[in-house]
Structure formats: structure tokens, C-alpha cells
Design a protein around this ligand. Structure first.
Ligand code: ADP
Length: 588
């Protein structure tokens, strides 16, 4: 078991930053205040009734069976039950509605965050912020907001009532306060550590399992099931260890609660009996006081454990606060609709993902409107990075990119992205029906005739019509039940429907066999004739359609020209063509 150590200065700074993020989260979180106030009112009413119960019951317990005494006890108990039910349900509604609204705003902000942020933060852990952290953090926060005032109201009313019997009885309550404060401080630290370890281990286990499930075919092909079984057991063992420590903690906490509760009751009995003997309180007051003691103990314990609850919420809320504070993409909405078209100019652009590694070094070239431009070069030379800059997923560190003379930095981002289609080798499709997948992100109405025309042009119409439901057939999850070629044809149909002016292709056929690759490349050029096409490729069937070829090498432009020109001027290009020709001969 880990010893409880003093926090270092660094830990203290992290803790302070974490509290700041927590504050930020609290400020930004759109909690459902209407429901919180309803739950708060019901909870306060509930605790007021709880504080009345001992007084109204004590008379009956003492033997006063008058109609008034019985009715008063009965009404109080009826209110107690009704309010208890209302407390539970309104609290649940307040936290569910608040969680939903926080989740929505975190998700909305996550989609708007700059791409650079995702380079530094793992997508898996960010997702658990939406699914898990928001639920736990908001749930606990709402619970605290709603419950704490009720607990204080109860304590105040209980002390007032007890004080009315004899001010000396209050001493028992005051003695118990330091006992619980010490308990909260000791247990809070331990609880925070154990809780944190459990969260980390659950994260580790989830990450492990999701990666293995994603790569199940790899496991099968390497026949490593037994090894992965062992790895899975180890990951689960770590979580189990943390849970076992948690059970020790729970054991100690339960023992401590019993001991303090018993001590509180013994103390109350001794003290109460003494006052009763001296005649300072009546028998029914003594009975009422005795009934108060367990609830007061419970309330004191709940109040003093707020600190440890808050520490648990702090970590999760801080993560959410950090997400909400992450830099957002500049949408430039004020710039209005992008009317310009024309050539795209990349002028003296330099770019790096991280400060120390330059990826693109002062590159300049023109992409003529309505023509096909191919970007070729060795792997890692920066080709995909050029497309990312054109899509404005990143901005150049130096230089500028313009369309028709207008700098991309100044144009409306949505309008710009509406003008382009991006296709890569993964042929990304969302699940749902074929109709939904093909019309994804398209705002205008798409008729069946338009769907049919696009599907025919993409050469996927017969495949769709083979399904009894046609366009309304469900795609299996991520379209994984289709072959690579079929998925890419679906993507072509979707992009034809989007009808963008600029088509960005990032090796769209590199995952396909040679024959399908040729067919798909023909489909692209037939379907997008007259559009501006920028294609990253190493395949001759794509290069053959290009009006202009840019050769990139280690982030610099080695040459620009037509096929014939580059065969003369670019060693990299020549090597690429010769390798392909060799492969073709070899394949035959
Ligand atoms: P290409 O498309 O020519 O294969 P890329 O543009 O994908 O090359 O990558 C160029 C270089 O940038 C590579 O060295 C790659 O490791 C690096 N790189 C790509 N994406 C990132 C990223 N998100 N963060 C840091 N480095 C990256």
C-alpha cells in the first residue's frame, strides 16, 4: 500500500492549475439551473422535515397517543416519504439534464478545436472526457450543490431544536465535529490516491482492449491469442489490485464510521442521562435527542467528506475545463460566402508540426484552376502536409496560400471547406443507411434521381440495387462489409453529390489491387472532369492524367513540370517511374 506523502512544490503548482481549470469548467458548464433549484428546494424541505421527525415521534414513543400527537407524527412521516422520493428523482433529473448539456458543449467545442491540439492529446482519452468524465464530474457537482445547503439547514435546525431542550446537549454535537474533520482529512487523501489509480487502470485496460479488438485480425494472423490473453490478464490484474486497495479503504472507512457512530451514541446516552437525572431535560426531550444523534452523525460525515468528493471531481472537471479552453479554429464567419475562384498559389510556405522539425521549407507553386496537379515524392517528404494546409487544417508558419489572390487566412473557413472534397485510401464512410452515407454533410435536398446518377457515375449503382432495400439498406458498421473498391466507389458517389470545385486525393487507390486501382482512377477523372484536382500519388495511372506534376523531396520542391520534362530534370521522378515500369513488367 502506498504511503501518504507530502505534495511536492511541482505537485502543488499542478494542483493549483487544476483548480483553475476546475473553476473554468464550472463557469463555462451550462448546468440546468432550473432543475438544480427545484432539486435544491425539495432537498431543503426534506431536511426540514427530517429535523422535525424526532420531536414529533418522541411524544408518541413516550406514550402520548393523543390524536394530535399521532396525526403530527403520521403527517411528518408521510411528508418524509414523499419528499425522499422527490429528492431522489429531482436530483437525478438535475444531474442528467446538466450532464447532457455539458456533454453537448464539450463535444461541440471538441469538434472546433484546432487540429494541432489533437497532435498532442490522445483521441481515446479525450473521448472518455465526453463519455465518462462529464457524467461523473457533473453528477457529483450537482449532487454537492443540491445536498450541501440541505445538510447545513438540517444541522442548523437540529442544533436549534436540541438547544431548545438544553443548550448543554449541543456540546455532544460540537465534540463530534473535530472527530469527523480528522477522519475527512486522513481518508480524503487516501481516497483521492486510490480513486485516481483506479481511473488510470480502467483507462489502461480500456485502451488495451480497444487496441486489441481493432487489430483482432493481426492477432489471429500472428497466432498470438495466448500471449494477448496473458497481456489482458495482466492489465485486468492491475485494475484488480487497485480495487482491492479500494476495498481495504472501504473497510477502514466503514470501521471508522461504526466506531465514531457508536462513540457518538454512547457519548449522547451518557451525557443525555446525566442531564435527565439532574432534571435539566424532560424524558420526551431525551428521547428526541437520542433519535437526532444518528442522523446528526450521518450529516456530519457527509459534510466533512465534501472535500474528498471535491478532489475526485477536481481531476475530471479540470480535464473538461482544459478541453473547453483549448484553442478553437478561426471560422472567419464575418468574411461571408467565398465568391472567388481561380488558381491556388502556394507562396514561400514553410511549416512545422513541432518547433524543432521543419517539414515544408519555403515551397512555392501554382495549382491551375480546372486542371489536375499531381504531387509525388518519397514517403515523409511532406505531400499530405501540403493537402492539410490547403484544407486549412493547419496554417503555414511562414508564407501564404491564396485562391484567386485572396489569402486563405482571411476567408470564411466553412465556405472554403464546402468548396473542396478530400478522399484518402481509407475510404471513410459513416454508418447508417447508404442514403445517409452518400448525402453526409450535404445541406441541399438530394433526390433519388440525383442519387442514382451519382451512383451510376461512380459505378456502384448495381451493387446498391442488389440489396432489397436499395439506397435505404443499412451499411454495416463503417462500411466494413464492403470491399475496398466498393467503399471507394461509395466515397466517389458521395463526393460527386457534394459537387465541390476542388478535389484533394491522397493516394485514394493505394490500398486496392492494380486492376481495381486503374478502374477507380478512371472513375475519378470521368466524374470530376473540369474540376481542380490535386492528387498525391505514386501510381502512373493517376500521374498520366496530370497537367502538372510537383516533385517534393524532404520538404523542398525538387522539380515542377510535365511527365516528359520531369523525366529529364528530376532524378526522384525518374526513379519513381522506373520502379513502376519494373513492377508492371514483373507483374506480367
Ligand atoms: P508524406 O505524405 O509525403 O508521406 P507527410 O506530410 O505525411 O508525408 O509527413 C511529413 C513529415 O511530417 C513526416 O516526417 C511525418 O512524420 C511528419 N508528421 C506528419 N504528421 C505529423 C503530425 N501530426 N505531428 C508531427 N509530425 C507529423
Amino acid at each position: 500500500m502506498e504511503a501518504i506523502t507530502r505534495p511536492t512544490r511541482k505537485e502543488k503548482t499542478v494542483d493549483r492549475a487544476s483548480w483553475r481549470q476546475f473553476g473554468l469548467f464550472f463557469k463555462r458548464a451550462k448546468l440546468s439551473w432550473v432543475w438544480i433549484i427545484i432539486a435544491l428546494a425539495v432537498t431543503i424541505a426534506y431536511y426540514l422535515v427530517v429535523a422535525k421527525l424526532p420531536g414529533s415521534t418522541a411524544g408518541v414513543l413516550k406514550g402520548d397517543f393523543s390524536t394530535k400527537a399521532l396525526m403530527s407524527a403520521l403527517i411528518n412521516y408521510a411528508c418524509f416519504i414523499v419528499l425522499r422520493v422527490l429528492v431522489e428523482s429531482t436530483l437525478l433529473i438535475a444531474s442528467s439534464v446538466s450532464t447532457r448539456s455539458v456533454r453537448n458543449s464539450v463535444w461541440k467545442r471538441m469538434m472546433g478545436i484546432e487540429t494541432r491540439y489533437y497532435d498532442k492529446n490522445s483521441a481515446g482519452s479525450l473521448l472518455s472526457a465526453v463519455t465518462c468524465d462529464s457524467e461523473v464530474a457533473v453528477g457529483s457537482l450537482v449532487n454537492m450543490i443540491v445536498t450541501i445547503p440541505g445538510l447545513i439547514v438540517y444541522l442548523y435546525s437540529a442544533i436549534k431544536e436540541i438547544g431548545s431542550y438544553s443548550p448543554k446537549l449541543i456540546a455532544v454535537v460540537l465534540i463530534m465535529i473535530p472527530v469527523y474533520v480528522v477522519y475527512a482529512i486522513l481518508m480524503g487523501k487516501w481516497q483521492y490516491k486510490v480513486g485516481h489509480r483506479i481511473q488510470t487502470k480502467i483507462g489502461g485496460l480500456t485502451g488495451f482492449l480497444s487496441e486489441r479488438i481493432r487489430n483482432l485480425t493481426l492477432i489471429k494472423s500472428f497466432v498470438t491469442e495466448a500471449k494477448e490473453d496473458e497481456n489482458g490478464k495482466n492489465a485486468a490484474k492491475e485494475l484488480c489490485k487497485a480495487n482491492v486497495e479500494n476495498s481495504y479503504l472501504n473497510g477502514v472507512m466503514t470501521a471508522y464510521s461504526f466506531i465514531t457512530e457508536a462513540a457518538g451514541i454512547v457519548l449522547a446516552v451518557i451525557w443525555g442521562c446525566m442531564l435527565l437525572r439532574k432534571g435539566e431535560i424532560q424524558r420526551d426531550q431525551w428521547l428526541a435527542f437520542f433519535l437526532f444523534v444518528p442522523t446528526i452523525n450521518l450529516v456530519l460525515r457527509q459534510l466533512t467528506s465534501i472535500w474528498s468528493n471535491l478532489k475526485d471531481v477536481q481531476g475530471r472537471a479540470a480535464r473538461l475545463g482544459e478541453l473547453m479552453d483549448a484553442p478553437q479554429e478561426a471560422m472567419n464567419e464575418a468574411a461571408g460566402v467565398l465568391a472567388r475562384s481561380g488558381d491556388i498559389e502556394v507562396k514561400n510556405v514553410s511549416f512545422s508540426y513541432t518547433e524543432d522539425t521543419p517539414i515544408l521549407k519555403n515551397i512555392s507553386f501554382t495549382i491551375p484552376e480546372g486542371r489536375t496537379t499531381a504531387i509525388v515524392g518519397p514517403s515523409g517528404s511532406g505531400k499530405t502536409t501540403v493537402l492539410r494546409l490547403l484544407e486549412k487544417l493547419y496554417s503555414p508558419n511562414e508564407g501564404e496560400i491564396t485562391i484567386g489572390g485572396e489569402n486563405l487566412e482571411n476567408i470564411n473557413l466553412k465556405a472554403w471547406r464546402d468548396r473542396m472534397s478530400y478522399v484518402n485510401q481509407d475510404a471513410e464512410l459513416f454508418s447508417g443507411t447508404i442514403r445517409e452515407a452518400l448525402t453526409y454533410g450535404i445541406d441541399v435536398e438530394i433526390t433519388d434521381d440525383m442519387l442514382e446518377a451519382a451512383a451510376r457515375l461512380a459505378d456502384i449503382y448495381d451493387f446498391i440495387m442488389d440489396k432489397p432495400e436499395g439506397f435505404d439498406a443499412e451499411l454495416a458498421f463503417w462500411g466494413s462489409a464492403m470491399s475496398g473498391g466498393q467503399r471507394q466507389r461509395m466515397v466517389i458517389a458521395r463526393e460527386l453529390l457534394k459537387n465541390a470545385d476542388i478535389l484533394l486525393l491522397d493516394e485514394p487507390t493505394s490500398a486496392l489491387d492494380a486492376e481495381t486501382a486503374v478502374q477507380i482512377s478512371e472513375t475519378f477523372f470521368k466524374g470530376f472532369e473540369g474540376k481542380t484536382i490535386i492528387t498525391i500519388t505514386h501510381e502512373l495511372n493517376f500521374i498520366a492524367h496530370a497537367d502538372n506534376i510537383i516533385v517534393l523531396k524532404q520538404g523542398e520542391i525538387e522539380a515542377i513540370g510535365t511527365h516528359d520534362e520531369l523525366m529529364e530534370t528530376s532524378p526522384t521522378y525518374r526513379a519513381l517511374v522506373e520502379e513502376q515500369s519494373y513492377q508492371e513488367v514483373f507483374v506480367q
